[in-house]
Design a protein around this ligand. Sequence first.
Ligand SMILES: Nc1ncnc2c1ncn2[C@@H]1O[C@H](COP(=O)(O)OP(=O)(O)OP(=O)(O)O)[C@@H](O)[C@H]1O
Ligand SMILES: [Mg+2]
Length: 330
Amino acid sequence: MRGIQPVFASANRTGPVALAAAGPRLIAIGGGKGGVGKTFVTTNVALTLARMGHRVVAVDADLDGANLHTCFGVPSPEVSLADFVAGRVSEPEKLLVQTREPNLQIIAGTHSNLNQPQPGQTRRVELLRGLRRLPADFVLIDLGAGSQPAVLDYFLVADEGLLVMRPEPTSVENAYSFLRAAFYRRLRLAARGHGVRELVDQAMDQRNERGIRTPYDLMREIEAVDPVEGRRFIQTMRAFRPRIVVNEARTAADIKLGFAVVSVCEKFFGFKADYLGYVNYQDEARESVAARKPLCDYMAESEAATYLSRISNKLAEGRVDGSMHPGMSR
Ligand SMILES: Nc1ncnc2c1ncn2[C@@H]1O[C@H](COP(=O)(O)OP(=O)(O)OP(=O)(O)O)[C@@H](O)[C@H]1O
Ligand SMILES: [Mg+2]
């Protein structure tokens, strides 16, 4: 648990691409639920950023279901993240595979070892350090489904965490579980004192006997035990700022979902989220996967490609103002 903390020191950075001198901006794309469009968003945003002139690396961290390379039309690469997990390759830079797009490289997730598909915590920290050394402006990390620590840590350590959700109850439910799990893990990793960590552990059990139901309850308990830790705790709460993308939107209500999620996060969880934008449902999205091309390449003029471009622009500009998201003026 402790090993990951030094990596957090550089986390939550936001800002324009001028940061390239300080290493690439790490953006993790998660969602809790499977099939909501994490890989779809990753591939299209990666391509759009590359076409804007940024050097981009897309990483497939979904070692159980690696398919990022397929979406870019890259035949199963000889080297992959699995070689790093197994210790056969020590530098992520050696895993880079060029795509058809000049500025865009990938690190594939193929050939995983079924005995141990995910890297252990120490290896994960080494990987994240290696990713920060890559010669790129943006590193996009495509996460697998679920809220297990291996997934959450990428989301937490990245400079920005994008949460992709579909406007359906199961996806919304899993998105909340994911955000809650990520938030508490972040708090736990930041807690210094043993007593405070114990309080966070108790709060993670929703039915804990202490009656801690929300992060605000937890904050009050921590302040009572250790006021200095209480102040640090508040800073940690403020630094957690996930960005929401609603994918496969079909109705006005779907589009508004992002705002509802932002207000629920603030009211019940105690952290701010930003609504980065939505992407409409587009029939050709599936065709683009079959054609092994990101939609923004396969059908650049489609409505969904336009929204994906707007999301990419916002990311490139490093805006975290929570302002009106693209397309709401329609
Ligand atoms: N906006 C969209 N409109 C229509 N279809 C879409 C859209 N976004 C994604 N899809 C389709 O949904 C399917 C699942 O998308 P994707 O593989 O990106 O999900 P995922 O969240 O990465 O899933 P997994 O958890 O399995 O990795 C794909 O076949 C894709 O074409
Ligand atoms: Mg995927």
